[in-house]
Design a protein around this ligand. Sequence first.
Ligand code: AVI
Length: 318
Amino acid sequence: MITSKIPAVVFTPLAEEVLDGMTASPKRLPPKLFYDARGSKLFEQITELPEYYLTRTERAIFQQFAGEIVEQAGTNLTLIELGAGSASKTRILVQALARKQLRVGFYPVDVSASALKAAVASLNGNIRNLRVHPIVADYSAHVPLLDVPGSKLVLFIGSSIGNFETEEAVQFLMRVRGSLAPGDAVLLGFDMVKNARLLHDAYNDLQGVTAEFNLNVLGRINRELGGHFDLEAFQHVAFWNPKMSRIEMHLESGLRQEVWVRDLGMKFKFAAGERIHTENSYKFTETSIAKMIEHGGLHLERTWTDPEQWFSVVLARV
Ligand code: AVI
């Protein structure tokens, strides 16, 4: 008998995500696709924009309360940061911990190898008793199980939790909890609901960096999957959706068009004005934070905030 084997098409994880999102209705792309080397650089630029209050507000909270935070978190701590990026704010906590402990282990985990490299470069050598162990991983799928001495303090700061859907965030917290032992702790950053203008401006900066960051996801598809997106033919759209308590980011097609993506062997049709939903950034209240942490199976222990209560840093315990 003659059998013929047709090789199955094997898509990369990126190709799978793009195929999934571009064939959905309405079209969508998951926000984790923003963070290739270029996207991570653009995000670093966003964190320094005058309109983007999140990073500097959270940093100010750390500057004021780092001592209290590490004291409250426990003794003989190892730090694990999920979505570490360049770890620039974490340095404040690391320094506070290095003053308190003889040795500090820091495990930054990120999908972006380039961002991790920057984190390691900025931390290594500067703090005598610190050891940095970078891990390149998609922590949204699996929380790494680490065998370390003492207790763990997992950092998930910068309101990254706001980029998950509520149910996803709860599932994520449950997975984090599953990777920890009783007495370990999680430190979370939450951007709070505030004046709609401030929220709007933070995602519509005058220099257009957020627009570039958003459009970079199409650039990435062009670079990595042989896409033919014309970045000039799409527009950055970001607005506050008060009903859902979130900023939504979209890419809007300026005209009717078809876009070929070589590695998917497919053409995607766009109507004029049709949008690709690229990100939700949820904003929280004290009540919504408490609910999420409780549903994630954790115990909310303490909250630190800034004088205007724009941002909250929360310590939750297993
Ligand atoms: C990473 N994350 C918390 C950012 C946010 O504010 O939701 C990502 C971002 N999107 C646009 N600007 C910044």
